[in-house]
Ligand binder design. Structure first.
Ligand SMILES: Cc1cc2nc3c(=O)[nH]c(=O)nc-3n(C[C@H](O)[C@H](O)[C@H](O)COP(=O)(O)OP(=O)(O)OC[C@H]3O[C@@H](n4cnc5c(N)ncnc54)[C@H](O)[C@@H]3O)c2cc1C
Length: 221
């Protein structure tokens, strides 16, 4: 089976949905594909109220922003295909030869499909910047994003006693979420001489009795 669109967007996170909305409002036919069953990308594991500016929806919880973006996009006429893994990009001659544009190869459940498009936007997300040290690959050592996925998507507490490395907003917010999930956060450590995240997030952690140690780093696990 093949589908046709003018602009294909891979990734239904904040970037993909905003790009799709802009393109649709400019008059293009747009199809967004995402491998997950819910749209929103990272937003769906973010239970906290967003920081940043009002123009970027500060004060709204991340998963709500995802819902808002989806409603705005589909309301404007963007097609969103979920459970659709994009695994290849082919010129017509290499695929089934149909359609004028290029083709994205999609796997949707057990089915394989082609999406013919004219322009492509890749909004497949960013990756965490992992810190490497002796023992960083041991079980139980993970990035804050992985801990958030376990807690907020799969409802699994990633550990009983946790040391958080990094006192930026992500480290502080995920520490608070770990406390809410029932883990003990023994400390947040930070290599810089000051806390990088907002005071409001640091205060919540401290009020819960978690020390934030600046000028400290991890040597081994
Ligand atoms: C703990 C934490 C807290 C944060 N807090 C804030 C905050 O308060 N304020 C703020 O502004 N930002 C915050 N951020 C950052 C913000 O969440 C991200 O910058 C944003 O969600 C990234 O959006 P994105 O669309 O670029 O990528 P993503 O949300 O990662 O979306 C990419 C999507 O593409 C899909 N995809 C990738 N490859 C394929 C493929 N081959 N086929 C189909 N689909 C594919 C992925 O599954 C995903 O759904 C936080 C991040 C973290 C980790």
């Amino acid at each position: 089976m093949s589908l046709t669109t003018e602009i294909a967007v891979v990734g239904a996170g904040a970037a993909g949905l905003m790009a799709a909305l802009e393109a649709r409002q400019a008059g293009a036919r747009v199809t967004v594909v995402d491998e997950n069953q819910s749209p929103g990308g990272q937003l769906f594991k973010q239970l906290h109220k967003f920081f940043g500016s009002k123009a970027h929806r500060a004060g709204v919880r991340g998963f709500r922003i995802g819902e808002e973006l989806l409603a705005e996009s589909t309301g404007a006429g963007v097609d969103v295909l979920l459970n659709a893994v994009c695994w290849g990009l082919f010129a017509p001659a290499l695929a089934d030869g149909a359609g004028e544009g290029k083709n994205l190869a999609l796997r949707r459940g057990a089915k394989s499909e082609l999406l013919h498009f004219e322009k492509l936007i890749l909004a497949t997300g960013a990756q965490e910047n992992a810190l490497t040290f002796p023992g960083w690959t041991l079980p139980g050592v993970m990035g804050a994003g992985a801990a958030q996925t376990l807690m907020n998507i799969h409802r699994v507490v990633p550990g009983k006693r946790v040391l958080m490395v990094g006192a930026g907003n992500v480290g502080l917010i995920v520490s608070y979420q770990l406390l809410q999930a029932g883990a003990e956060v023994v400390a947040v450590i930070e290599g810089l001489p000051r806390i990088g995240g907002y005071g409001v997030h640091a205060s919540k952690i401290r009020r819960a009795g978690v020390p934030i140690l600046t000028r400290h780093t991890v040597l081994r696990a």
